[in-house]
Design a protein around this ligand. Structure first.
Ligand code: NAP
Length: 284
């Protein structure tokens, strides 16, 4: 079983590599080995390797920076997935792509389902949505997993930022009016493998954590568990602030909770509190 993985050095890319079966022949490429926005490089790699499966874990993920770099964000999030989908189609490979809760406007009150209307608020969400649409038009059999609030022991993420800040600040102001579901990248890796093993039908699937929280509540959970594990001497006080108090270049959805009912046939939602404990235990 030949698997081509792009974005090998990102959070999801690293977690996937931890879980691939030993029997698989994996070609895991970081951006230095394969720039997915280079169509001829994508075609060459795919033609040479002849994978049975292509998993795209690469993305332009800097939500705020994307506002001032829309072309670069579109190159990676919109056009590159289309190049990968076309290349997969040519060699008859299965294709798994990953998208985001930021395709939604965030004014909902019920967990978003896959067929709900999309209305991204910023460049990142717009470029990811355009990528989904191109992938679906080229390869309807492709599996597209929308996920949210990703954390892991790898790369940069909210968990690591909070732990860093907590080391020298007794009090922190954290956004308390955005609701979402934290998701462990290792759980996304598991669900990707489960959809492949079970030959899940092509289409969009939502996958995220099993419990909704605000960023402030997520931060409190991180501090509580980190203190319990002896990774933090003392929990800082968390003051919930409003989105208006913490202006960012990109607007973010106030409510980005997604329903995992459709994907539950293959796996349960990410048990994020349990996964958080695992991630913390792996950090220094
Ligand atoms: N992080 C989140 O909170 C979040 C939320 C919702 C959805 N998602 C989606 O989940 C997926 C995985 O995200 P993640 O958190 O694992 O992201 P990540 O840690 O930021 O990793 C993204 C990877 O993409 C690579 N990349 C960027 N441009 C590339 C290019 N032109 N060619 C090849 N590789 C390139 C980066 O490589 P370099 O570092 O070498 O540039 C990086 O290793 C993405 O599709 C993302 O949109 C993430």
């Amino acid at each position: 079983m030949k698997i081509l993985l792009t974005g090998a050095n990102g959070q999801l890319g690293r977690c996937l590599q931890d879980l691939f079966p030993k029997t698989a022949e994996v070609l895991a490429l970081g951006s230095a080995e394969l720039d997915i926005s280079n169509q001829s490089a994508v075609n060459t790699q795919v033609e040479q390797f002849q994978p049975a499966i292509i998993i795209n874990a690469a993305a332009y993920t800097e939500v705020d920076k994307a506002e001032s770099e829309p072309e670069q964000a579109a190159a990676v999030n919109t056009y590159a997935p289309a190049y990968l989908a076309s290349a997969a189609k040519k060699v008859g490979a299965k294709f798994v792509h990953v998208s985001t809760d930021y395709v939604f406007e965030g004014n909902g009150t019920q967990p978003y389902i896959e067929s709900d209307a999309v209305y991204p608020l910023g460049v990142y969400g717009k470029t990811k949505l355009a990528g989904e649409l191109l992938v679906q038009s080229i390869l309807p059999e492709a599996i597209i997993i929308r996920t949210a609030w990703v954390f892991s022991e790898y790369g940069n993420n909210f968990v690591k930022t909070m732990l860093r800040l907590a080391k020298d600040r007794p009090e922190l102001g954290i956004v308390g009016d955005q609701l979402g579901c934290p998701t462990y990248a290792g759980d996304i890796a598991k669900v990707i493998l489960a959809t492949l093993e079970n030959s899940a039908p092509g289409g969009i699937y939502h996958f995220c954590g099993d419990e909704q929280v605000t960023w402030a509540e997520f931060a409190s959970a991180i501090f509580q568990q980190a203190e319990q594990q002896g990774k933090l001497a003392k929990q800082p006080k968390v003051n919930a602030i409003t989105t208006a108090d913490f202006p960012t270049p990109a607007k973010r959805p106030a409510y980005s909770v997604m329903s995992t009912a459709k994907i539950s046939e293959f796996t349960a939602a990410s048990p994020w509190r349990q996964s958080l404990a695992t991630v913390l235990s792996r950090l220094d």
